[in-house]
Design a protein around this ligand. Structure first.
Ligand code: AP5
Ligand code: MG
Length: 215
């Protein structure tokens, strides 16, 4: 199965994929994580990408595709893409890459969350410095100072500052939201309300997938 999870910054894409990937046996490919890793490792691509990420703008398509194309090609047993595609160009490019090997997207999940909720979530997000798992200061799982799974310390993402969150939301509305219509027209879009708890949302998605499989 080839899935995309769409949604505004902070909608809960990464959180949902953490809950879904093992149950569905799919690999999680997150362009944001790949880009941040390239920045940390000071690779050439990372150095070119850094200023766009810290400003809340989209990293140029050629950089993202260079990081991603090989990975998509290799994962033949299914994946969930998180953070890609991010604009119509990337959406068409993804179709093209998959169609080269007679593959196609099965489903696009769109997490729908109010802007006020997003701003609150991003302002209180904590990320593990080792495994990239995401928590929230409001969440009991993150009540200590270290990641409950791997024990490493938390950090706050540079782009989770209020003025950069605003910029990321603007970028989302301008470039990424048009993908909703793109996939709706293809008949593979499924909207998911993102206001409930993470576990409830995961359950709803799994129920939907079960029903879909049985029809
Ligand atoms: P990326 O890392 O993809 O960031 P994003 O899209 O802005 O999304 P986030 O990771 O911030 O949010 P999320 O939806 O994963 O939410 P999360 O689960 O963490 O991209 C970063 C940057 O890289 C971009 O700005 C761009 O510069 C660049 N980039 C990446 N891909 C690119 C591409 N394809 N092309 C060009 N540039 C690209 O949840 C957020 C918080 O909410 C957490 O604290 C979580 O614990 C909490 N939470 C989640 N769900 C719930 C819930 N249901 N209830 C309560 N709290 C919740
Ligand atoms: Mg994420």
């Amino acid at each position: 199965m080839y899935l995309v999870i769409l949604g505004a910054p902070g909608a809960g894409k990464g959180t949902q994929v953490e809950g879904l990937k093992d149950k569905l046996g799919l690999v999680h490919i997150a362009t944001g994580d790949l880009l941040r890793e390239a920045v940390r490792e000071r690779t050439l691509l990372g150095q070119r990408a850094e200023k766009f990420i810290t400003q809340g703008r989209l990293v140029p398509d050629d950089i993202v595709l260079e990081l991603l194309e090989d990975k998509i090609g290799k994962e033949k047993d299914g994946f969930i893409l998180d953070g890609f595609p991010r604009n119509l160009f990337q959406g068409r490019k993804l179709d093209e890459i998959l169609s080269r090997e007679n593959r196609k997207l099965d489903l696009v999940l769109n997490l729908d969350v109010k802007e006020s909720v997003i701003i609150e979530r991003l302002g209180t997000r904590l990320v593990c410095s080792s495994c990239d798992r995401t928590y929230n200061q409001e969440n009991s799982a993150a009540s200590g100072n270290t990641c409950p799974v791997c024990g490493a310390s938390f950090f706050q993402r540079d782009d989770d500052k209020p003025e950069i969150i605003k910029e990321r939301l603007k970028t989302y509305l301008e470039h990424t939201r048009p993908l909703i219509n793109y996939y709706r027209k293809k008949g593979i879009l499924h909207n998911v309300g993102g206001a409930q708890s993470p576990v409830e949302i995961t359950r709803e998605i799994l129920n939907f997938l079960n029903k879909k499989e049985n029809t």
